[in-house]
Design a protein around this ligand. Structure first.
Ligand SMILES: [Zn+2]
Length: 166
C-alpha cells in the first residue's frame, strides 16, 4: 500500500491541520496566501521541523486539471493556486496515496471529478476520507471508480458513481 500524504490548501494550514502521523505537502502558491501572523508561525515551525514539505506539480498534471475544468464547462472557479494544488495531488499519485485537505467547495468539486480523495479541515474526524465506487442501478454490482463504461456489463443498466467513506 502506498504511503498516505496530506496535500494542504490555505484553509488546511490556517485551520491548523498539519498531521504528525503522515507527511504534509503544499505548494509555494499556497504558502504565499498565508497572511495572518498565527498561521505564519505555525507554517514556519512545520517547515523547519520538516513536517510540511513544499513541492510543485509537474506540467502533465496541470494539463489534466485544465482539461477537467474545460470538460466541466468551466463552471468551476479556481485560482491558479487552486489549480496548482490539485495538480500536485495528481503528481503525487504515482508514489503516494494523496488526500487533499480543503474546505473550498470548488476545489472539492474538481477533486470529485478527478476522483482524488479529500477531507475538509474543520468538520470531520481525521479518519473520514472519502473515495468513490461505481454501482449499477439495476443489479447493484459494484465496480472500481476507474470502470470506463456507463453501462453495467452484467445487466446493461446505468452505472453511477457513489461517494464512500474509506
Ligand atoms: Zn447491472
Amino acid at each position: 500500500m502506498k504511503e498516505k500524504v496530506y496535500v494542504l490548501d490555505a484553509s488546511g494550514i490556517i485551520g491548523g491541520f498539519i498531521s504528525s502521523k503522515n507527511r504534509n505537502v503544499t505548494t509555494n502558491g499556497v504558502i504565499s496566501e498565508i497572511k495572518d501572523f498565527k498561521s505564519q508561525m505555525t507554517l514556519e515551525s512545520a517547515l523547519r521541523e520538516k513536517k510540511l514539505i513544499i513541492k510543485e506539480p509537474d506540467s502533465d498534471s496541470l494539463d489534466q486539471v485544465q482539461t477537467a475544468i474545460k470538460n466541466s464547462g468551466d463552471i468551476l472557479r479556481l485560482s491558479e493556486v487552486d489549480k496548482q494544488l490539485v495538480a500536485l495531488a495528481i503528481t503525487l499519485k504515482s508514489g503516494f496515496n494523496p488526500v487533499v485537505v480543503t474546505d473550498d467547495y470548488s476545489i472539492q468539486n474538481i477533486l470529485e471529478i478527478l476522483q482524488i480523495p479529500y477531507r475538509s479541515v474543520l468538520t470531520e474526524g481525521i479518519n473520514e476520507v472519502y473515495g468513490w465506487i461505481k454501482i449499477c442501478r439495476g443489479c447493484r454490482k459494484k465496480y472500481s471508480p476507474s470502470y470506463p463504461a456507463d453501462e453495467c456489463e452484467i445487466c446493461g443498466s446505468t452505472v453511477y458513481r457513489k461517494r464512500i467513506k474509506k
